[in-house]
Write a protein that binds this ligand. Structure first.
Ligand code: ATP
Length: 216
């Protein structure tokens, strides 16, 4: 089982997330790709984040009819702040060991560049492989410098596979994705201003936001 875990606040989920998920799943031949809304994101102000049940529901609505993607409530089932290390350990215990198994944590380069602020970040690199989604044209040296100075200088880049290998730590894979210039922050701002977010979020998500009066 090749399992991809795509965590995020998804406040709300948008087409940038969804397109990225589809491209990662295809490129890495994943058997399952789980979209995992963070219940209590440690880095976001709680008063600006829709409640976790609504964000999970929007993920469910967004992927309806797309059988290769799944919504996952594992972080809603835990209390306290949502730490990625706990989620990775949970899945590593269940799906990590065994021939042909691999657990990948999927993250955009912008979020990855803040990873040293995450709880027990060193442990993340002994728990799961990473897929860092890069933008075509983004500076590869910035990522390489970051990995070498902030994570471990022993990571070695392999240009054939576009990944960083390490003698003991988990591999960090890179993938250039079609980066749609969309952010949840901008979506929330537009909704507050009464502007349409059609064709930026799936229609069902737009309807849900409207019906629930979110982000006004
Ligand atoms: P916000 O604007 O509220 O910070 P966001 O749109 O960046 O939100 P998050 O839920 O914080 O979305 O991001 C979850 C993950 O999705 C992160 O790894 C982030 O790098 C990635 N991501 C965010 N926007 C895009 C996008 N347009 N295309 C691809 N990946 C994205």
């Amino acid at each position: 089982m090749r399992l991809g875990l795509f965590g995020g606040t998804f406040n709300p989920i948008h087409l940038g997330h969804l397109r990225a998920a589809v491209e990662v799943r295809e490129a890495f031949n994943l058997d399952r790709l789980l979209l995992i809304p963070s219940a209590n994101p440690p880095h976001k102000r709680a008063d600006r984040v829709a409640n976790p049940e609504d964000r999970l529901e929007m993920v469910r609505l967004a992927i309806r009819g797309e059988p290769t993607l799944e919504a996952c409530d594992v972080e809603l089932a835990r209390s306290g702040l949502s730490y990625t290390i706990e989620t990775l350990r949970y899945f590593q215990d269940r799906f990590g060991p065994g021939p042909g198994n691999a657990v990948f944590f999927i993250v955009g380069q912008d979020a990855f560049s803040e990873i040293t602020t995450w709880k027990s970040y060193e442990a993340l690199f002994v728990t799961a492989q990473f897929i860092v989604m890069t933008r075509p044209g983004s500076k590869p040296h910035a990522l390489e410098d970051f990995i070498h100075t902030r994570i471990c200088a022993e990571y070695q880049y392999d240009s054939t596979s576009n990944r960083y290998n390490h003698p003991r730590l988990c591999t960090i894979c890179c993938l250039n994705i079609t980066h749609l210039d969309i952010s949840a922050t901008r979506i929330r701002e537009w909704i507050k201003q009464g502007r349409s977010v059609r064709f930026i979020v799936p229609d069902a998500v737009q309807d849900f936001i409207h019906d629930k009066g979110l982000y006004r």
